[in-house]
Write a protein that binds this ligand. Structure first.
Ligand code: ZN
Length: 285
């Protein structure tokens, strides 16, 4: 509905409803004398104005909760219908994820870009700026209690948290400010370089925190950038690994056994799924 119509309705309400209401409020006899047709006309005008008001709030992004909740419920019904008891059986009694993953909360970054069947496989931690400082206990839980052999830290292009942290965020609420304070990046560059800098910072923090596990070979810390805009020219939607246990030199990274074969096209031997667990999950779909 256009703002012109809204203005017209508001005008109608101001010129018709309010004077009538004012007159009838001041004079109960006038109210009683009002015909049913007049009352009905007022009711309809008020209803339409309220409906338009609700629509204008929705235009501003304040509405739509019922629509999305309905879709979520519908998707969940499909999920329930498509997944029998066999699907849930492997992780009914406990979880044995293979990776602790820290990503940004950004809605454009999701597990399906990393794992077609993440259930029971990825221990996910999400916050603004994919950081350890604001979710330290959760990260510790994944590494110390669930003993995941991989800690994967995923930054992403066009990150709002990085953009905010690289500028003046003094007008944000104190709680948001606290979560931006812990992103130790330079000022003035809101883009990819700062995203990478933050990922490298997080890897360094993890290396210090889990030094014993990394040195003992029980944990590998990997930093990556999820590129849904193809800013790194490696493919849109590509997860680009930029840091392994503190090593950031691309030439040295390419030499690591961990990295070799990772970029082989799907279907080729290098990219073939080697995990029986992953295959087992696939069967459940
Ligand atoms: Zn982000």
């Amino acid at each position: 509905m256009t703002s012109t119509i809204r203005r017209a309705l508001l005008g109608l309400a101001l010129t018709t409803v309010i004077p009538i209401c004012a007159a009838t409020a001041a004079d109960p006899a006038a109210m009683a004398a009002m015909s049913d047709a007049e009352k009905e006309k007022i009711r309809l005008i008020v209803k339409e104005v309220l409906r338009e008001y609700a629509a204008s709030m929705k235009d501003k992004g304040h509405g739509g909760a019922s629509d999305i909740l309905r879709e979520i419920a519908q998707n969940n019904r499909k999920f329930v219908a498509g997944h029998g008891p066999e699907y849930f059986k492997p992780f009914l009694e406990g979880q044995h994820p293979r990776a602790t993953v820290i990503t940004c909360s950004d809605s454009r970054v999701h597990t399906h870009a990393l794992d077609g069947s993440p259930d029971g496989d990825l221990f996910m931690i999400r916050n603004i700026g994919n950081q350890i400082a604001t979710a330290e206990g959760s990260v510790e839980y994944g590494v110390h209690h669930l003993h995941t052999p991989l800690l994967l830290i995923v930054g992403h292009v066009a990150c709002g948290a990085i953009k905010a942290a690289s500028g003046d965020y003094s007008k944000e609420s104190p709680t948001i400010q606290r979560e931006l304070d812990t992103l130790q990046i330079g000022k003035g560059d809101p883009g990819l370089n700062s995203v990478k800098q933050n990922v490298n910072n997080q890897v360094r923090t993890a290396m210090g925190k889990f030094e014993a596990e990394v040195m003992g070979g029980q944990l590998t810390v990997v930093g990556a950038v999820y590129d849904f805009r193809n800013e790194m020219k490696q493919g849109q939607g590509k997860l680009n690994i930029i840091n392994v246990n503190g090593e950031t030199d691309p030439a040295k990274l390419a030499m690591l056994d961990l990295i070799k074969g990772l970029n082989a096209p799907p279907g080729k031997s290098g990219a073939a799924k080697t995990s029986a667990k992953s295959e087992g999950h696939k069967e459940g779909h």
